[in-house]
Design a protein around this ligand. Structure first.
Ligand SMILES: Nc1ncnc2c1ncn2[C@@H]1O[C@H](COP(=O)(O)OP(=O)(O)OP(=O)(O)O)[C@@H](O)[C@H]1O
Length: 259
């Protein structure tokens, strides 16, 4: 299978702290992989480097865009997003006082096909694009079961639905790689179960590669095809969920936490 992401020996230091140390990872197109590890292990920092929020101190990131592997190391996050990497955040980032639909439409605008002239003069193409975007946004929202909330303010949605809306916003930019940072955080068991189904569904239907950070071991073990385990910034294990569950180094790293 074709590669979509090739991360080579990535490291980053904050002052004296090496938050991520020699992190390498290859993702094939269509994989659904989990990145796990105890609190502070460096998982979100890996996402921040992949999505262009931090430039790594060392190492390179290659990503398949426009038919070739391109070096995206240190590119600004808006460029990386346009190339096809979308992400969600551990702390939900929505336009809280805008409606649910507006939140999705703003994301669509980042991947627009009409130009500024079309927008200024309200050309036919502009109206056509706006209409298509709205239809597509509502379709995405209905996939997640929140289309009936389209006109509500985002801040009024229950927490689980705000998390879903974040994923919809990420999908609206038509990514080929989706990075999900703790999508089940703060969800109750029913919401988490529904989320597992949604992740499986979007992975299948949207032809996506997914890299997922998650502390909910039930979700991780059920959804991910393989796992990478970080501890103190270093990869301590890689493998199938069953192998990881039985790995003594992983159990030791999680000692005191639930595996
Ligand atoms: N901008 C920063 N400046 C200084 N230290 C940072 C910065 N970002 C992360 N760190 C440190 O890097 C380490 C890894 O943090 P990171 O948030 O990546 O861990 P994590 O595995 O995502 O943890 P959690 O599961 O709790 O979200 C931590 O010690 C953190 O304090």
């Amino acid at each position: 299978m074709e590669r979509i992401l090739d991360v080579r020996e990535l490291s980053i230091s904050f002052g004296g702290l090496r938050a991520v140390d020699d992190f390498s990872l290859e993702l094939k197109k269509g994989e659904l992989v989990g990145l796990i590890g105890p609190n502070g292990a460096g998982k979100t920092t890996v996402f921040n480097m992949l999505s262009g929020i931090y430039a790594p101190t060392e190492g390179r990131i290659f990503f398949a865009a426009a038919g070739t592997m391109q070096d995206i190391t240190g590119l600004p996050s808006h460029k990386i997003a346009r190339m096809g990497i979308a992400r969600t955040f551990q702390n939900i980032r929505l336009l809280k006082q805008r409606t649910v639909l507006e939140n999705v439409l703003v994301s669509f605008h980042h991947s627009l096909r009409y130009n500024i002239v079309d927008a200024l003069f309200r050309t036919g193409r502009y109206y056509q694009e706006e209409k298509t975007m709205k239809e597509e946004a509502l379709e995405l929202l209905s996939t997640f079961g929140i289309a009936d909330k389209a006109e509500e303010q985002a801040q009024n949605l229950p927490y689980g639905e705000q998390r879903k809306l974040e994923i919809v916003r990420a999908l609206a930019v038509h990514p080929s790689l989706l990075l999900l940072d703790e999508p089940a955080a703060g969800m109750n068991p029913q919401e988490t179960k529904a989320l597992m189904e949604i992740i499986n569904f979007i992975h299948r239907e949207f032809d996506l590669t997914v890299l997922l950070i998650e502390h909910d071991m039930n979700l991780v073990m059920n959804v991910c095809q393989r796992l990478i385990v970080l501890d103190y910034g270093k990869i301590i294990a890689k493998g199938l969920p069953e192998e990881i569950k039985a790995n003594p180094d992983v159990i030791k790293a999680y000692l005191g936490e639930e595996v």
